[in-house]
Design a protein. Sequence first.
Length: 504
Amino acid sequence: MSSRLLRRSLPSYLARASYSTNSNSSFKTAVETAEKLVSPTSSSKFQDPFSIVSHEMSNLAKSIANLIGSGHPTLNRVSSYYFEAEGKNVRPLIVLILSKALLKIPRLERQRIPIDEYDVTQQAHIKGTPQYGQESIAGNSVDDSLSPLRILHGINPKIILDPLSKPMDQLPEIDKLNGILPKQRRLAEIVEMIHTASLLHDDVIDLSDSRRGRPSGNVAFTNKMAVLAGDFLLGRASVAIARLRNPEVIELLSTTIANLVEGEFMQLKNTVMSSKEELNMINNDGELKRVPEPTGKVPTKQHEYSVSPASTTTVSSSHSSSSSSSSSSVEGDVVDHDISVQAAFEYYLHKTYLKTASLMSKSCRAAAVLSGAQDDIIENCYQFGRNLGLCFQIVDDMLDYTSSDATFGKPSQADLKLGLATAPILFAWKKEPQLGELIARKFNQPGDVEIARDAVQKYKGLEQTREMATKYCMSALENLRQLPESDARSALELLTNSVLTRTK
């Protein structure tokens, strides 16, 4: 998120939020509550939250470029393509500001693990892997390889420069002053690499033609190059994750990659609504293909919701949503419309967690782990990232209905055309059961998209979606209030509300 966007998000944002003026009273009350929650304390004199970590953010793209260097110039070009354009950079920004906010916790309350306070690129090398309780858990620098370069690269290391061994530009004093540890700064870079890899892949899957105001990676290069560049970014990120040398953080970040894929598969299916026949079919760019039958040699479990589109709906669920309890029902049981809608919302929120909130929540948790904070603070940081991530994506789904392509930076009004049933249409379906048939067939018949849009407007689907996003925003703010007061915490509060009121 740019400095300019954040400045628009200061207290005056309430008067200019594009969709808050005509909201119902409950939404206005929630926003007024948010305004009170984020009123800066008397000690908070900053004018722009971005300024708190401006040095780190201004060097973000450069630092990432040092991490993704390849011996192949075209691969370098594709991998760095999205970093060239002005993006929101919300994820690394959150990690960096949260890292600074955690500094306000007294040192005696941050002893869960030993903390590396020095620039790890300047630490003495320690052979082996130190165990918790020793003076440093860093071991070698986060920029030093664990294995010999000749093994990692398959080439004489004397004639190459390991792209992951370039030192971070001199920041020991700045890091110590800001309270941002070198590992936390590297964490922010890794998070943006994982996110950007997912964008390259998503644009191929969604057949997108623009991203961040210019041609998408698959259009500027090719589908193959975009996919390979995304894979390459994930590979580089994985190496950087390992060099953090913290098993808990490695586990957190590694699972986010798997979560992104799981969420994408849920989106490919799109909804819990499907017939038994459709459960065994996949859509290959408009052509239905049957899923091969399992041979039985590898045991598989079905972890997904499935609800048939008929009014007498059946539910089979062996996996409950992370956000709410799933309606358990034996397959074949008849359930009513309300239960079908509830299951659809659970599916939507779980998919949203996997695709968006997982990376935010686990990166926030990782930042807290690296700070040495206790378990209750770590959990609050996780919940903050989860609630903010859900809010972010729900607002994104709403903006798809209301923003122009130029404002949004990518094709708007595309979800229905892609057959995606997001919160606005689900709220409309709650009022008009007949929409279930359109959702089940992914709006693929002439007139379906127009009917769905009219229903969203008629049944105030956007207004209800705003209220849903506001609830998650309020929860995120409450999580932040568990941290000590500081300029950094106030910056996160303002940033949280700017996510709720953004227009792009």
